[in-house]
Write a protein that binds this ligand. Structure first.
Ligand code: FAD
Length: 133
């Protein structure tokens, strides 16, 4: 993906570009990833880059009539104790500064999101945090 996008933006800036690919286009790491474009939990210095990347993914999806299948589903980080949650919640200050709509979920809200039957044996009584991307 990185080579292809570099080529795309170089071409848009007026350069002539040739792509030399030994195998299938986007067939290596880029074909195997989980597909997360994560803003949540990022360092303050890195977050603006991720926000811009998210905007560009959305744009390229529109340009290709949704053919890349980009979706904003949100991301939920769950914590197994109030102490761990408090540690995670510190990141909310960064989210607020960057105007992301991350917020803490109440336990009741989290329970609605997580199917209890899907929780493994010995799983925790989760408290949580959510980002909508
Ligand atoms: C299991 C997994 C999960 C991941 N999950 C995420 C995620 O959720 N979110 C995220 O942001 N990142 C994730 N990543 C990382 C992400 O996929 C990679 O960082 C990204 O795809 C790398 O892109 P790339 O273009 O640099 O590499 P690649 O997609 O590997 O592209 C390199 C290309 O170079 C070609 N090439 C290599 N040598 C030559 C040669 N000599 N001549 C010609 N062509 C050559 C290869 O064939 C390949 O097509 C994940 C990675 C893996 C493996």
């Amino acid at each position: 993906m990185i080579g292809l996008f570099s080529a795309l933006y170089m071409q848009r800036s007026g350069l002539k570009v040739v792509i030399c690919e030994k195998g299938r286009i986007a067939g290596e790491q880029s074909s195997r990833n989980w597909g997360w474009i994560r803003q949540h939990g990022r360092d303050f210095a890195e977050l603006p880059i991720m926000m811009e990347a998210t905007r560009l993914w959305e744009q390229v999806d529109q340009e290709t009539n949704g053919r890349i299948g980009f979706k904003r589903e949100g991301l939920c980080y769950i914590a197994s104790s109030e102490k761990k949650l408090a540690k995670r919640a510190k990141w909310l200050e960064i989210a607020k500064e960057c105007q992301l709509d991350t917020r803490l979920l109440s336990k009741a809200e989290l329970d609605k999101l997580i199917d209890k039957s899907a929780r493994g044996k010995g799983s925790h009584d989760w408290v949580g945090q959510l980002i909508r991307q």
